[in-house]
Design a protein around this ligand. Structure first.
Ligand code: ADP
Ligand code: MG
Length: 407
């Protein structure tokens, strides 16, 4: 799903109001009836103005009409939700321009953005629920029956959860990107100028890096948390000069990607714990030919350390941020279904760049695949520690949002 911000500059204050009205109506209607859009948009110009706006928004694919619907109504598309989120970030001065995509998966788009001072940041757009809706029949049936499976709800929930944990971990001094803002299915965070471990082909001291990754994982555990996807894609490795010897390079791991994080008390905690630790072990063996001499760490030992040594428990973060048990469960089910499907049918999850027609969402499976440059599995490690990676983006590549109105 490509984010094209160009049409944003041409939307009027009225268009934004109508778009927001469709979003508001979506809370209770799968397909928002036109009279409701009119009521929520509170436009003085009446229904002719509203229909003009509807037509602009539909042409830009920000809202869509469903085929064979029983009444005249519209629903918000992913593009529409993207625009509303960007509009909010822009008005709060968190985003001024949008640049290149630095990462793409079926679950998220990672964009380089800048604020009005030119400072570069990361916008993560969650896209949960979309792929399963389109490819997995059982999921599709579940989603159709169950409003809690809708992509808008799940993606927004994933972003809320990620932002809550990002904030809590940052406050606790865990090395994570700095949280900046959150709106709907998106979060803005600091850009970490460091490659994922996946891209690193060699390090001077694999044992030291391995220890620091395990140590970081055990710190999360002491806060009561299991990352749940602790692997070479979700750990960025920053090169710092040693404070004592500037010639010497110190590698600092920075952990990202939290929608699947769970408590150490979770019923399946041990399984996720072991899976995470094994991921790191297998990666170090394959990539650096390094094998830890000590077995473990083991869940049962680590469990005893939760909340000890002055570590504040953070596993109640979700409840504190208003995410109910039911919401957490919905998200967990969706993420698990997504993982299972990915294992069963990896090709369907390869990132593609197609800008699909949203109207076809209910129809048959997507079979189009495109070449992509971000294919995670095929990506070759290229970085040898000691050589700084090139900066991610330049100002010329940034698309300004330039919004005229102040709605
Ligand atoms: P997903 O949920 O799709 O896996 P991630 O949050 O793991 O999304 O991000 C995907 C990729 O984008 C990461 O592997 C990393 O290369 C890049 N990335 C994400 N967040 C940042 C950030 N704050 N700074 C730099 N790169 C990032
Ligand atoms: Mg990731």
């Amino acid at each position: 799903m490509k984010l094209d911000t160009r049409a944003m500059r041409h939307l009027t204050a009225e268009d934004w109001k109508v778009l927001a009205a469709v979003e508001q109506g979506s809370k209770n209607h799968e397909l928002v009836p036109v009279p409701i859009i009119e009521r929520f948009s509170r436009l003085k110009g009446g229904s002719s103005l509203v229909s003009k706006c509807i037509s602009t928004l539909a042409k830009t694919s920000l809202i869509a009409k469903m085929k064979e619907a029983k009444y005249d109504g519209y629903r918000l598309t992913y593009g529409g939700l993207d625009y509303l989120a960007l509009h909010t970030h822009s008005q709060k001065n968190h985003i001024y321009s949008v640049g290149t995509r630095v990462g793409v998966g079926k679950e998220s788009d990672i964009m380089l953005v800048a604020d009005h001072t030119g400072a570069q940041q990361i916008l993560k757009i969650h896209r949960l629920g979309r792929i399963s809706f389109r490819t997995v029949k059982t999921n599709r049936d579940y989603l159709k029956k169950n409003a809690s499976g809708s992509w808008m709800y799940l993606s927004t929930l994933a972003a809320r959860k990620e932002y809550a944990f990002l904030s809590a971990l940052h406050q606790a001094g865990i090395p994570v990107p700095i949280p900046i803002a959150h709106s709907r299915h998106t979060i803005v965070m600091s850009l970490v100028d460091a490659p994922p471990l996946r891209q690193i082909s060699s390090v001077p001291d694999p044992a030291a890096l391995y220890s620091s990754l395990i140590e970081l994982y055990l710190r999360l555990a002491k806060h009561g948390l299991i990352h749940g996807d602790y692997n070479e894609f979700n750990i960025l490795i920053r090169e710092d000069s040693s404070p004592t010897n500037p010639e010497e390079i110190v590698l600092t791991p920075i952990v990202i990607d939290f929608p699947q994080m769970i408590s150490m008390e979770h019923v399946n905690a041990e399984m996720y714990f072991d899976r995470d630790i094994n991921c790191i072990k297998i990666f170090f063996e394959r990539r650096f030919h390094f094998k830890a001499t000590m077995p473990g760490p083991f869940y049962k030992d680590v469990k005893k350390t939760v909340g000890k040594d002055g570590f504040e428990r953070l596993d109640a973060t979700l409840e504190a941020s208003g995410i109910t048990k039911k919401m957490a469960k919905d998200l967990e089910v969706a993420i698990r279904q997504h993982e299972e499907e990915k294992e069963r049918n990896p090709e369907a999850f390869e990132p593609s760049d197609d800008e699909d027609e949203e109207e076809d969402e209910d129809e048959e499976d997507e079979d189009e695949e495109e070449e992509n440059t971000n294919d995670k599995e095929g990506e070759e490690p290229s970085i040898i520690i000691g050589f700084k990676a090139a900066p991610l983006g330049t100002e010329e590549g940034m698309e300004k949002l330039r919004i005229h109105d102040k709605t």
